[in-house]
Design a protein around this ligand. Sequence first.
Ligand code: ZN
Length: 511
Amino acid sequence: MKALKELQSRLLEIDDLNHAAALLRWDQTTYMPPGGAEARGRQTATLSRLAHEKFTDAAVGHLLDQAQKETASLPYDSDEAALVRVARRGFDEAARIPNSLVSEFNEHQARIYQAWTVARPANDFAAVQPLLEKTLELSRRMAACFPGHEHVADPLIGFSDYGMKASSVRALFADLRARLVPIVRAVASRPVTDDSCIRQHAPEADQLAFGLKVIERYGYDMNRGRQDKTHHPFMTKFSLGDVRITTRVREDEITDALFSTLHECGHALYEQGISPSFEGTPLATGTSSGVHESQSRLWENIVGRSRGFWEHFYPLLQAQFPQQLKNVPLDTYHRAINKVERSLIRVDADELTYNLHVMLRFDLELEMLEGKLAVKDLARTWRERFEADFGIPVPDDRRGVLQDVHWYAGPIGGVFQGYTLGNILSAQFFAAASKAHPAIPDQIRAGEFGVLREYLRSNIYQHGAKFTAAELVERVTGGPLTLEPYMDYLWNKFAPLYGLREEERTAVEAH
Ligand code: ZN
């Protein structure tokens, strides 16, 4: 295994460069003074470029060939064979993209992101439009490095959700939309939920303290993690011993920080649960953005917004916020945190309408990549489609096409589908866990999460990127990705909350 050893030490250096860049980015969004922005952009770009150069070195390709021979007789699921397989996939991907395109993309990305931070509050789409046109061109050039695909978006989708492509995601989303829309319509015909009980002033320190209590119970290891404040919450990792989360706090809503904390904690539990023997290798990461998101949504929504969870935690929340909540019954609170409402902002959307936000973006980015939708028509098209899908007008681009960072900080295409894949998988994985351990719902009701977390760790987390998403889903649930558990989960949750009747579940769509 001489070549494999040599390969591993090279991969470790590349890993170090990438994690150093990640630390610089973490600092940029948490503690860096604004004056550091320009140099920081250059520093992270330098590290990323060095990592890409080292990875795509012909010597790495040669070592991969050798290591492939060395591991040829090992079983498919051995760590060594998986390491070579995953490194090979990454290498073939990276090697196809010229260094010059990587640099051009990085430089452009820094420029458009900076412009977006100004354009969004100013509601000025015109200011980013030419830059976004450039992003589209770069995204298409990036995709064109991988010829022979059915759809121009396929390589971009494959970067984050390996094995999925435009046609498979489209078919899945069409099915999901057909099943979601009748439920959303039925809920919209009911009285609007009063959620004023959570829309009360709550001091930042108390919100953070409560969130910490919950994530420690979830099993987030503070010896290998920490929490800091940021504008847009995220999870990041510098090694398996340092998996951090960031949280946003708005003091006008009691649970604002909590749910973003639970979400990022779900991502972090995944990373903290990866087998320590994978440290420094390409296996030491979540396997796809869909599977990653399945864990954030599982801990945030399926567990964290469940009735059982709050039977245990609501008295503790009341104790943390006695003035605000002492006269609010659990039922009222539980309804408030599960309020369904057709609204403008994706990240604030409820579990039912969230996927409609994702589908809108997915459709638009495919059309842009296909050349059917020009960037100059994007803001207008967004408003038209949004109103058709949600029945409410978009008052400005700030709450429309400018709201999400994604198109202004990366390629157009390949990112949004992961959110909805994650929602679907969260229910499928939770159903498998509950089938293996029928006591899990009762344990959640008692504030105990050890059995659930351990199930997820041993079946999903520990494997890191060893198996593809499709392989993992098959191993854990005994079948391919399917909508059934997710639709059952949504129905069983929202039908009682909104008094929906069985016949409303399958009502035929009007158009
Ligand atoms: Zn997430």
